[in-house]
Design a protein around this ligand. Structure first.
Ligand code: BES
Ligand code: MN
Ligand code: ZN
Length: 499
């Protein structure tokens, strides 16, 4: 799929399909007005006869209008001009896509500048359109014998903008939108791949291949013996029930000045979470191939950063293993020693994400990071707290939390902060070790308590934790979303602009 930007007179364009917004109460809008003039009041006549109401999501596809060089004119109802919000914009774009896919048009010119969305500029609309379009066309069919064949579908979309100045912003938005989308698709493919294929070794191989294809990215993979030598008893306790080898994957992107401290992303890479000996009930186990969505996010963010050639230094750290039950798996009440030296009483082997992340966070110290951001499908409770709309954000640094929140708003990939107060920390007191991995008596607030656990291993740098158990997969649980890649790439773009 190709995207281009054009400024000029929409009514003069020669194309397969000109896509033009109209509004309720027979309001034509600037472009539709021009077209109306060009075809001698045809649209006004349609409106008078009641064929052009402009209700949100209504469409009217017209062929070969007199006076116009476009083959088709697609009029898109946008509802009341003053009431358009982000959801209605998404609805409009989806409607345009499905109408175009049902038509024979291979390309279209989209006059979206004049769709007024509160507090959103042309760049946002373009990025959003690119994301919505890719989301609509995304299929994961590697394991289907018969692939869906889309009939003649859209190949090229041209964004019509009002002025030359808008065109510059628009071109940038296309570049950013594409990079974000490519990152999201990489992450979705990894996450959707079944757990018998997408193993820790598979992820490590992907990382090595990834480094080969990007000159500024390098990869290193630590094996279990290396982790043992580093004293990663917490991480290793999770993998010991699995036949597959655990991997600690690191990827470095060097796009910034030599002395610029890196931004480090840590992604939970549990390729399947049975719960271990604290085994999950079968319905809760479905979807646990997605327990590596944090890792997939790290891949996607690095890919986008490399595509955009951001002037930053970025490190990705991915602890990856399976969480399996069995005679050699960790028992509840085992005590292990983490790389930081803290001893951990494992009261629930299903709280494994925090155990692998603990050692990965300690490992980050060697990078002398500006900030460390971990991304993890950490607690089912995050869905109870926030529903599918905002990822959970926890942090030991207000400035970092604020900039992630801002990036979430800018990219419409929202995050919402939860507190890490001392009261919650107290829940992790253990009778026999320095801390336990879950409270002995449930206090609720499982998302926060998990965040508190991680915080104990992130005291040496500004750190934020993103719980994406509620946002990384679709509400149906059958498909990855690519979140929170848009927010994180926005954060990196903002950081680049501050340099
Ligand atoms: N991977 C799960 C969290 C999860 C649950 C993600 C549902 C997506 C959907 C995590 O390892 C886990 O099992 N967490 C437990 C923590 C509990 C034992 C304190 C949970 O959420 O129940
Ligand atoms: Mn678990
Ligand atoms: Zn898990």
């Amino acid at each position: 799929m190709e995207f281009h930007v054009k400024s000029g007179q929409p009514e003069k364009q020669r194309t397969n399909c000109l896509i033009v917004p109209i509004f309720e109460a027979r309001r034509l809008g600037i472009t539709a007005e021009k077209i109306d003039k060009q075809c001698e009041g045809f649209l006004t006549t349609l409106a008078r006869k009641g064929d052009l109401e402009g209700k949100l999501g209504q469409t009217l596809l017209l062929m070969h209008l007199p006076g116009l060089s476009t083959e088709r004119l697609l009029l898109v109802g946008c509802g009341r001009e003053g009431e358009l919000n982000e959801q209605s914009f998404t609805e409009i774009v989806n409607k345009v896509i499905s109408t175009l896919n049902d038509s024979g048009a291979l390309e279209g010119i989209f006059c979206l500048s004049e769709i007024p969305v509160k507090n959103r500029d042309i760049a946002w609309k373009i990025r959003q359109t690119i994301q919505i379009l890719h989301q609509a066309q995304y299929r994961f069919e590697d394991f289907k014998s018969k692939k869906t064949t889309l009939k003649r579908s859209l190949r090229r979309l041209i964004f019509m903008v009002a002025s030359r100045r808008d065109a510059v912003a628009a071109e940038n938005a296309v570049r950013e939108g594409l990079a974000i989308t490519h990152g999201m698709e990489l992450a979705k493919d990894l996450a959707n791949t079944p757990p018998n294929i997408c193993t820790p070794t598979y992820l490590a191989d992907k990382a090595k291949k990834f480094a080969k294809s990007h000159p500024k990215i390098s990869t290193a993979v630590l094996e279990e013996k290396d982790m043992a030598a580093l004293g990663m008893g917490s991480f290793l306790s999770v993998t010991q029930g699995s036949n597959l080898a655990a991997k600690l994957i690191t990827m470095e992107y060097r796009g910034g000045k030599k002395d610029l401290k890196p931004i480090v992303f840590v992604g939970k890479g549990i390729t399947f979470d049975t719960g271990g000996n604290s085994i999950k009930v079968p319905p809760h186990m479905i979807g646990m191939k997605y327990d590596m969505c944090g890792a997939a996010t790290v891949f996607g963010v690095l890919a986008a950063a490399a595509e955009l050639e951001l002037p930053l230094n970025i490190v990705g750290v991915i602890p990856s293993c399976e969480n399996m039950p069995g005679p050699s798996a960790t028992r509840p009440e085992d005590i292990v020693t983490s790389m930081s030296g803290l001893t951990i009483e494992i009261l629930n082997t299903d709280a494994e994400g925090r155990l692998i992340l603990a050692d990965a966070l300690t490992y980050c110290e060697r990078y002398h990071p500006q900030v460390v951001i971990d991304i993890a499908t950490l607690t089912g409770a995050c869905m109870l707290a926030l529903g599918p709309y905002a990822s959970g954000l926890m942090s030991n640094n207000d400035a970092l939390a604020d900039s992630l929140f801002k990036a979430g708003t800018q990219s419409s990939d929202k995050v919402w902060q939860l507190p890490l107060w001392d009261e919650y920390h107290d829940a992790l007191k253990s009778d026999f070790a320095d801390i336990s991995n879950v409270p002995i008596a449930d206090i609720g607030a499982r998302t926060i308590v998990a965040g508190c656990f991680l915080a104990k291993f992130a005291q040496k740098f500004p750190w934020a934790h993103l719980d994406v158990a509620n946002t990384a997969t679709l509400a149906t649980g059958r498909g990855a979303t690519g979140r929170p890649i848009p927010m994180l790439v926005q954060y990196l773009l903002n950081r680049s602009n501050e340099l």
